[in-house]
Design a protein around this ligand. Structure first.
Ligand code: PBG
Length: 336
């Protein structure tokens, strides 16, 4: 077909016209490949000590640290919107922190008390607890540290095991090791089984990168490392094959769900992990990803709702089954 023909208003005779499938909203819906649903969402939440506290996190507008009773109320309203699962993170006061993070496995600690209260109020909701030492250590690292500042692997795993078992005892449905120590999934699985918690699952932060996108979360918990960085345990942002190795190890060690974190700058990793396993894959839409959208929206530079949906849909398209996101409640409302 020469250009002259179309200028004379003769139709082009094309065998394929992809635009046919985009003509109307109903056709687009009929051929849509991926769907974001409320069932995909896990809502990460921050619990703090005290009574009647609801404090907004400066770098995460719309996200709060709640004291226990207000947190339970917030979870009840999320559950009513159809959100099935929450991931819990504690804000621990400085007096309770020490170098070894011993408060992490206190049976009456903030996390343990909170899990009990949530399960009592809303038994059906899935409670996922974070297994890592950073909220509990004075130095802010996810593990125990020696005199030279080295993060010790095996001694840390021993503490993580106690922490995971105490969370299971409190009623957690899944424990989520986010520390990136070697061998922790295996050790936690064995300890849970030995203590009789065979039905408590492990959501493993398998490919967790040393990322600048965690900044606002560390503000929220006041947990930024006091020295050095997390690059000797969290992964190098430049690596992809290593993520597949980490996933393979975690599965061999007993993970039920594997996670990639952060999500947006790592969509290729989500996709590769999706193709490498039959397990559910979770993606963590982290604090910095949240903050960027909120900031641009506050400036009036982007359409917040559309950008949120497009961003989370990209994670589904990449292959995530589950998305941990601070937008969970907003999205549940939008999808209603
Ligand atoms: C703790 C932990 C972190 C996040 C989840 N669990 C921070 C870190 O590793 O420094 C980050 C979550 C977010 O940024 O939204 N190990």
């Amino acid at each position: 077909m020469t250009p002259e023909t179309s200028l004379t208003n003769q139709p082009l005779h094309l065998t394929q016209r992809p635009r046919r499938l985009r003509r109307t909203a109903t056709v687009r819906r009929m051929v849509r490949e991926n769907h974001l649903t409320v069932d995909d969402l896990i809502y990460p939440m921050f619990v703090m000590e005290g009574e009647g506290q609801k404090i907004e996190i400066a770098s995460m507008p719309g996200c709060y640290r709640f004291s226990l009773h207000l947190l339970v109320k917030e979870i009840a309203s999320a559950f009513e919107l159809g959100i099935n699962a929450i991931a819990l993170f504690p804000v621990i006061s400085e007096q309770k922190k020490d170098d070894n993070g011993t408060e992490s496995y206190n049976p009456d600690g903030l996390v343990q008390q909170t899990v009990k209260a949530i399960k009592q109020a809303i038994p059906e909701i899935i409670v996922i607890t974070d297994v890592a030492l950073d909220p509990f250590t004075t130095h802010g690292h996810d593990g125990l540290v020696d005199e030279k500042g080295t993060i010790l692997n095996d001694p840390t795993v021993e503490v993580l095991v106690k922490m995971a078992v105490s969370q299971a005892a409190a009623g957690a449905n899944f424990v989520a090791p986010s520390d990136m120590m070697d061998g922790r999934v295996k050790a936690i699985r064995q300890a849970l089984d030995a203590a009789g918690y065979i039905d408590v699952g492990i959501l493993a932060y398998s490919a967790k990168y040393a990322s600048a996108y965690y900044g606002p979360f560390r503000d929220a918990l006041d947990s930024a490392p006091k020295f050095g960085d997390k690059k000797t345990y969290q992964m190098d942002a430049a690596n992809a094959r290593e993520a597949l190795k980490e996933v393979e190890l975690d599965i061999a060690e007993g993970a039920d769900i594997v996670m990639v974190k952060p999500a947006l700058a790592y969509l290729d990793i989500i996709n590769q992990v999706r193709n490498a396993t039959q397990l559910p894959v979770a993606a963590y839409n982290v604090s910095g990803e949240y903050a960027m959208i909120k900031a641009a929206a506050q400036m009036g530079w982007i359409d917040e709702k559309q950008v949120i949906l497009e961003t989370l849909t990209s994670m589904k398209r990449a292959g995530a089954d589950l998305i941990l996101t601070y937008f969970a409640k907003e999205v549940a409302l939008m999808l209603k």
